[in-house]
Design a protein around this ligand. Structure first.
Ligand SMILES: NC(=O)c1ccc[n+]([C@@H]2O[C@H](COP(=O)([O-])OP(=O)(O)OC[C@H]3O[C@@H](n4cnc5c(N)ncnc54)[C@H](O)[C@@H]3O)[C@@H](O)[C@H]2O)c1
Length: 428
């Protein structure tokens, strides 16, 4: 596979068609405005996907649907079967223009994708996000970064630095914290920030669900392959489900609090029902109480246990009322300023890409670096409190030196760390 050839004939055909379309619809001025903002003066925005799984494929579809000037031209995945599967689905889109020599497999696939595109979509397990985002920004590429941004504090610090560098280089950084791009959520948050429920005293953030997918270990899989194919269940890869999944609730708490983040937290957690070794070593429940400088508290619960009741809802209790959010479409304020979202459902995942690409075209790149790193750290801080049984402050979490996972990646032996035990597991 080559990483140096420019886009090939099917891409060029698409590009010519796009140019005709733009000229017909909007005239030459629009062409000029588009060409100003992309690498190498191209009129087409070339997009590459790293991590061709479920979310990555969704993100690439949404990117391709964000304008006629967009072409998906490169794919990367650590596994060929995953790449082939993603490619098959993505090839149905009219803006798909990936040729075989732009399909890259292996741990270094991300760099080859980066080298061939203007915008990189990063949707691998979160462990890899900091290095991959840093490489993209260093190469001068715009990025869409799925949540969470990292699994440990060194990773968060790396993403903070990369997001700052992106700002200096006028590169877009769009986060996959999808509720930030959900119109009903935006409308509710605006009302809250305008005082609809008064001063917020308490937030409750719930992400309680059943079990998730697991791939039974196959003969011939090394430890590394088994862990990568079951990345949810290894803290070095996912951050544990408080960081990987509950992060949406914690980011919603941050939205309620108008981007105020907690100063400290205490927590309980454990591995009670999902104990089989096939599920790695993460916990199956966490309960964290976050304390804010303003005196507010956030009570946060997350559970992944089969045959238990699901509840994905976020609540803010204020001095004049309360607000309730359930997933994407239920948003309600009760009290003096009662309100309920009655508009049509919108597609937050599509809005992410519509706004990202529009910001690139306009030369005013979006930069979500601040909240996306802080919300990730809030999850990591909660996990640290659950694992250790100790009070963890924001500063302790931010300055932690604990770096999870191997420093070099190869398909070989990789022992599973022990399950954390509060009181015995030490903060690092
Ligand atoms: N915003 C949301 O609502 C949402 C929803 C689902 C997932 N996500 C996030 O998206 C990310 C991906 O989740 P998913 O559900 O698509 O997982 P997935 O397992 O379906 O896909 C991950 C892909 O990354 C590949 N991969 C693993 N390591 C790699 C590496 N080093 N280099 C290149 N490819 C690598 C895997 O082979 C796999 O194909 C996660 O961070 C997850 O938290 C976000």
């Amino acid at each position: 596979m080559s990483d140096s050839k420019p886009a090939t004939s099917s891409f060029e055909t698409g590009r010519r068609e796009f140019m005709k379309g733009v000229a017909a619809v909007t005239g030459a001025a629009a062409i000029g405005s588009v060409s100003n903002v992309h690498a190498a003066g191209s009129d087409v925005i070339k997009v590459g996907l790293v991590g061709c799984g479920g979310r990555g494929s969704g993100a690439a579809m949404q990117a391709m649907s964000a304008g006629d000037d967009i072409r998906l031209v490169a794919l990367g995945d650590v596994f060929k079967d995953r790449l082939d599967n993603g490619k098959k689905n993505l090839s149905k889109h009219k803006n798909f223009a990936v040729n075989d020599d732009h399909c890259f497999v292996g741990f270094d696939a991300f760099q080859k994708v980066i080298d061939n595109v203007d915008v990189v979509l990063l949707a691998t397990p979160p462990h890899f996000r900091p290095a991959q985002m840093e490489a993209a920004v260093n190469a001068g590429k715009h990025v869409f970064v799925e949540k969470p941004m990292a699994v440990d504090a060194p990773g968060v610090r790396r993403v903070i630095a990369a997001a700052q560098k992106a700002k200096e280089k006028k590169l877009a950084v769009c986060s996959g914290f999808c509720y930030r791009y959900n119109e009903p959520t935006r409308e509710m948050m605006k009302r809250i920030h305008d005082g609809a429920i008064g001063k917020i005293v308490t937030v409750q953030a719930n992400y309680n669900t059943g079990g998730l997918w697991m791939n039974p270990r196959q003969e011939g899989w090394s430890d590394m392959e088994w862990q990568l194919r079951n990345w949810l269940y290894f803290t070095w890869l996912s951050g544990d489900h408080i960081v990987e999944q509950h992060i949406h609730s914690l980011d919603t708490a941050a939205m309620f609090m108008n981007n105020e983040y907690p100063i400290e937290c205490v927590a309980l957690g454990g591995r009670q029902a999902r104990t089989d070794a096939a599920y790695g070593h993460i916990f199956d429940h966490h309960a964290v109480v976050f304390e804010y400088a303003s005196g507010a508290r956030c009570y946060s619960y997350t559970r992944q246990q089969v045959d238990t009741d699901s509840d994905v809802s976020d609540w803010a209790f204020g001095t004049k009322g309360r607000a309730i959010k359930r997933a994407f479409n239920f948003h309600q304020i009760e009290g003096e300023n009662a309100w309920k979202y009655r508009g049509k459902p919108t597609d937050a995942y599509q809005t992410e890409h519509d706004e990202l690409f529009e910001s690139i075209r306009k030369g005013t790149p979006v930069n979500d670096g601040d909240y996306m790193t802080k919300s990730t750290l809030m999850g990591i801080m909660g996990r640290m409190a659950c694992y250790t049984g100790k009070k963890i402050t924001w500063d302790m979490a931010m300055n932690s030196q604990e770096s999870l996972g191997p420093t070099t990646y190869e398909f070989g032996s990789l022992p599973v760390p022990p399950v954390a035990i509060p009181g015995r597991t030490k903060f690092a």
